[in-house]
Design a protein around this ligand. Structure first.
Ligand SMILES: Nc1ncnc2c1ncn2[C@@H]1O[C@H](COP(=O)(O)OP(=O)(O)OP(=O)(O)O)[C@@H](O)[C@H]1O
Length: 327
């Protein structure tokens, strides 16, 4: 089977409240698939259903070839999970956390020791293996959780907000590990995030979720196409000569109140050389060029009329406060 996850019409209610309202999607083997949405959209609830921690209300979910309701143990053997909140034992060392997890999954002896060494080296924690987890930074803990989740070589790895509250440098490190897991082990990765850059940098495909529903799905490029074209802004010496710039690749143009000319093109980077050539031929002097490509934030805004972000990695304090409040 080429699909690692198949979800059909999944509904999850908490009492009368429908947190997930009939979502359907498929994730191919070896793919990184991101659930992108604001807080409270239903991302964690979906992960908990797919990892058999919560029972679905209706619908169907197959993970690694097994039904989450009918064969939860088969699913559990084949998946790894990194939760939003740490599930490490803070009083134990990194090595001990790994060892206990490995034993739970039936690993032992040299095989287990070798795996622990390889994985702790993979996340660059080998030199800290004998230190208690309570002395680790947030980023080190997240790296240890990733290493731990890989011990039993899962087919599908679930990462719930893998970089929430981490500084930009640590986030970039974690993105590298996630890419390496896909490339070196052809692992299927399902991640949730409310960071648009994270979805864009990592995911082969993205489902945007809002109020328990998937409102759009596709590659980052496909999603951005929903918003429209790239826009190039030009400051010309003589803006009235704008009409001279209506070349074949220009899909629309207008003069902005500040005098700049806004040109719509399919791909700004590709259009720029042609644009300079055209201006040169017509003797038009371009004083300044900037361009804007639609972002996933523009896509969310376009679809919902709201901004996705309530916090950014540049403002980790907001994330920290939210994590504390969840406890
Ligand atoms: N145990 C629960 N009982 C009642 N309502 C819940 C419960 N857990 C979550 N909810 C509600 O379900 C909705 C979806 O929550 P969920 O945690 O899945 O969202 P999310 O997209 O993962 O956001 P976050 O990243 O903040 O967790 C929210 O409105 C939340 O308040």
């Amino acid at each position: 089977m080429s699909e690692a996850i198949v979800v059909e019409n999944l509904v999850k209610k908490y009492g009368d409240f429908e947190a997930v309202k009939g979502v359907s999607f498929k994730v191919k083997r070896g793919e990184i698939f991101a659930f992108l949405g604001p807080n409270g959209a239903g991302k964690t609830t979906t992960v908990h259903v797919l990892t058999t921690l919560l029972k679905l209300t209706s619908g169907k979910a197959i993970v690694a070839g097994h039904d989450v309701v009918e064969e939860p143990m088969e699913v559990r053997k084949r998946i790894g999970i990194v939760f939003q909140d740490s599930s490490l034992d803070r009083d134990l060392t990194a090595w001990e956390n790994m060892y206990i997890h490995g034993r739970i999954y039936g690993l032992k002896g040299n095989e287990l020791r070798e795996k622990i060494e390889r994985l702790l080296k993979f996340v660059e924690l080998w030199e800290f293996k004998d230190k208690p987890v309570k002395t680790f930074s947030g980023g080190m803990q997240r790296r240890l959780e990733i290493a731990r989740s890989l011990l039993h070589e899962p087919e599908v790895l679930f990462l719930d907000e893998p970089t929430i509250g981490l500084d930009p440098q640590t986030r970039a490190h974690i993105w590298d590990y996630i890419r390496a897991m896909k490339e070196e082990h052809n692992m299927t990765i399902f991640l949730t995030t409310h960071y648009m850059d994270e979805a864009e940098m990592l995911a082969d495909r993205i489902a945007i979720i809002d109020h328990g529903k998937i409102i759009a799905e596709g590659t980052a490029e496909e999603l951005k196409k929903l918003v429209g074209n790239d826009v190039i802004y030009l400051k010309l010496e003589a803006p009235e000569e704008l009409k001279c710039l209506e070349g074949g690749f220009i899909r629309g143009c207008k003069v902005l109140p500040d005098g700049r000319v806004a040109l719509e093109v399919e791909n700004a980077a590709e259009a720029l050389p042609g644009l300079f050539e055209l201006a040169n031929e017509r003797g038009i002097r371009i004083l300044e060029v900037t361009y804007h490509r639609p972002t996933l934030n523009d896509v969310f805004l376009h679809l919902t009329g709201r901004e996705i972000r309530d916090e950014s990695p540049e403002n980790p304090m907001a994330a920290f406060v939210r994590m504390r409040m969840r406890r």
